[in-house]
Design a protein around this ligand. Structure first.
Ligand code: HEM
Length: 222
């Protein structure tokens, strides 16, 4: 039996991240995917991918604002789950929706700007996924950080893709836009410093709870 050395937060992230897939598979087998199942799969996988992307982007700010360091450990898995659902979303488009008709797919990409945005965002996410390993980090050195800042560009592009794909703007799209704008604001050095100085005292017990550890967790951040 393989032994997983996950803490509480990591378990929640891994188990929580496979729930949308399990629900999708369950609904598919029980014929519960509306009258247009392909559209339903495209929409569900797209929504899950963008929510998980925003969750991964929220990890560093949760550490900066509240001193919740264990979230640093789940940023990468959340990003990888986002890329996984984005891949399912793309495969649904390519195979189920367009029957892998490359001419038609190419035509759609150049004719519909929101599809072009989706593909661009997906390509950036794919590049970041393949360079998210420790090996790439060591190889690229300082350039790794610069490269991985592209995740914000991808998130903005994919937010536009989301808005343009909708017939009517909904609460999820507005929520994602507001959260993303806040996450970008927190990256501004002066705002970042303001929060780092004011990290709450309750972060230590919460960190211990999240990691399931009794020992002290250091919450100081440069
Ligand atoms: C790989 C290239 C992509 C293609 C070809 C693509 C295609 C599509 C299409 C056709 C729709 C409209 C579905 C419908 O309502 O009929 C859609 C919607 C959407 N896509 Fe993408 N997409 C791509 C990448 C992405 C990525 C990378 C994300 C997120 C990380 C994403 C998130 C979404 C969201 C949130 C929606 C709206 C779902 C809803 O209606 O609630 N897409 N996409």
């Amino acid at each position: 039996m393989p032994k997983f050395k996950f803490n509480r937060l990591q378990w929640v992230v891994h188990l929580g991240s496979i729930i949308p897939l399990l629900v999708l598979v369950w609904d598919a087998f029980s014929n519960n995917l509306t009258v247009n199942p392909i559209q339903e799969i495209t929409q569900r996988t797209g929504r899950t991918a963008i929510i998980w992307l925003v969750l991964s982007l929220a990890c560093t700010p949760l550490n900066i604002i509240f001193g919740l360091r264990p979230f640093n450990q789940v940023r990468r898995p959340l990003g990888l789950y986002s890329a996984f659902y984005a891949t399912l979303h793309f495969i649904t488009f390519l195979i189920l929706d367009y029957g892998f008709n490359l001419n038609l797919i190419w035509q759609t990409i150049i004719e519909k700007p929101y599809i072009l945005l989706g593909v661009t965002g997906f390509l950036i996410l794919t590049l970041l996924t393949f360079t998210s390993t420790k090996k790439s980090m060591q190889k690229l050195g300082k350039k790794w950080n610069q490269l991985h800042r592209l995740v914000y560009l991808a998130a903005i592009i994919l937010l536009l893709h989301f808005f343009m794909a909708l017939k009517f703007i909904n609460a999820l799209a507005i929520a994602i836009a507001i959260i993303l704008a806040s996450l970008l604001l927190i990256r501004i050095p002066i705002i970042r410093k303001f929060f780092i100085k004011r990290q709450p005292a309750w972060s230590r017990p919460v960190n211990n709870f999240l990691t399931g550890r009794k020992k002290k967790t250091i919450t100081i951040q440069k």
